[in-house]
Design a protein around this ligand. Structure first.
Ligand SMILES: Nc1nc2c(ncn2[C@@H]2O[C@H](COP(=O)(O)OP(=O)(O)OP(=O)(O)O)[C@@H](O)[C@H]2O)c(=O)[nH]1
Ligand SMILES: [Mg+2]
Length: 420
């Protein structure tokens, strides 16, 4: 018969998966594992997943050996040299909760974000906590991250080096400058200005939040990717004291710095493309489009004037010796036609050329032009009669009549909204 209770107690769920990428961390890793064990709250089932890139100093196999020791039935506790430098011993009751340790071996050193992603996909916890192996991220801060994430599982809880109550110990001025510059670049270019340490490597997040993000595996700072790509997530920052690595050497080099710049650029582009179009953007684009059409319409109008003048002049003079009224009529007809064609193709970008509808448009365009001419004459008469100087009256009348032409053609001839 199915013994549900037994099965559940044997396969208790993991609450937290702690992912630790390692490369040449042999001097730190076992102390860190012990320290984590000692700092885990009693009611938390946890697994630690070491993701090692075939470290030449044997980090991966050191952890394998350690796992074998832990499997020894006599093993039940932890001893950890605390970050204060004093011996601090704690014994946990590992019978009533699960503590699991695993190593993911990768064949070559192939970047920090891919290592973390491998760790996440090998893990089973409901929540994920990510940290470095070099004791820069104090294990004493783990319970605070755990507590805050359980309190608000939809948030990201970030241990920050740059907020009130935080401090950094042991970093030379140059290293500090490098880190604060990287933070400034990220905050100013990626719209995450309200987060004090967006490039922290020490944070906790729910599995369902992180699994919904399409993370680009090229970068070095996974938190930055998540912050840019997860929309509207709450971020809770907690202060801590960052300590320069205890032992081992830094993996931060020029290629990491260049990768960082490249990934910020990619995230910037991502932000530009995925940013929801704001009302002000749409309005700005509408007004730009509107003004650009006005500009084109008046340019076409100016070419029409030149065409009208040239044709009227040439026909009435040299070649045909046409009566000037006939010559001007031909000039008007040709310039109205060229105006229509140019406005259709260029100003209003209308690509429909069926004969019937194009002829109807042409008729409407010509009628509106005639109406414009009549309006211009009427306005000119009114302005001059009301005492405005002829030159000024002509400018006002032309401006109003042509604006009227533009709006009527936009709406009725080319079927566009007035304001678009
Ligand atoms: N698996 C894996 N781990 C890496 C890789 N690069 C760095 N790490 C680990 O990632 C963590 C952060 O790397 P660090 O070298 O400490 O980089 P940092 O914290 O930016 O710089 P320092 O603290 O000055 O050394 C450490 O646990 C490293 O061992 C990598 O390519 N693969
Ligand atoms: Mg470090």
């Amino acid at each position: 018969m199915f013994q549900g209770g037994e099965l559940i107690s044997k396969f208790k769920e993991i609450d937290f998966s702690i992912i630790i990428p390692t490369y040449n961390e042999s001097e730190n890793i076992l102390n860190l594992i012990d320290a984590i064990k000692c700092n885990l709250p009693d009611n938390i089932n946890a697994e630690v997943i070491i993701v090692d890139d075939n470290s030449p100093d044997g980090t991966g196999s050191i952890v394998e050996d350690y796992i074998r020791t832990c499997e020894n039935p006599g093993y039940s506790g932890c001893s950890y040299l605390g970050s204060s430098g004093n011996e601090s011993t704690a014994t946990g009751d590992f019978e009533s909760r699960i503590f699991r340790l695993r190593v993911v071996h990768r064949k070559i050193k192939f970047g920090l974000i891919p290592a973390i992603l491998n760790g996440i996909s090998a893990s089973t916890g409901k929540y994920i906590l990510i940290m470095d192996a070099d004791f820069s991220h104090p294990p004493e801060t783990i319970p605070i991250l755990i507590r805050e994430l359980i309190r608000d599982p939809d948030s990201i809880v970030v241990a920050s080096r740059y907020m009130l109550g935080s401090s950094i110990k042991g970093w030379p001025y140059k290293r500090r400058l490098l880190s604060t510059s990287a933070v400034k670049i990220a905050k100013h270019s990626l719209r995450i200005g309200n987060i004090s340490d967006p490039i922290s490597g020490f944070f906790a997040i729910s599995r369902n939040v992180v699994e919904n993000v399409n993370i680009d595996s090229m970068g070095y700072k996974i938190l930055l990717e998540i912050l840019v790509k997860v929309k509207g997530v709450r971020v809770k920052e907690i202060p801590y004291t960052f300590v320069d690595r205890r032992s081992g050497t830094s993996k931060l080099d020029l290629s990491v710095a260049l990768d960082y710049i490249r990934s910020v650029w990619r995230l910037y582009r991502y932000g530009q493309q995925s940013r929801p179009k704001q009302k002000s953007d749409t309005e700005k684009r509408s007004s730009v489009r509107f003004l650009s059409k006005v500009g084109r319409f008046y340019t076409v109008g100016a070419t029409g004037l030149v065409i009208n003048f040239l044709i009227s002049y040439v026909l009435s003079n040299s070649i045909t010796n046409m009566w000037y009224i006939h010559a001007t009529t031909v000039g008007i007809a040709i310039s109205v036609t060229t105006n229509f064609v140019l406005n259709k193709i260029w100003t209003f970008e209308d690509k429909q050329f069926q004969l019937g509808s194009t002829l109807r448009q042409y008729g409407l365009f010509a009628s509106i032009s005639a109406l414009g001419a009549a309006l211009q004459l009427g306005l000119l008469y009114i302005f001059v009669q009301s005492g405005i100087q002829f030159g000024l009256s002509l400018i006002f009348a032309v401006a109003l009549a042509s604006a009227n032409n533009f709006l009527l053609n936009k709406k009725f001839t080319f079927h566009e909204k007035i304001w678009d």
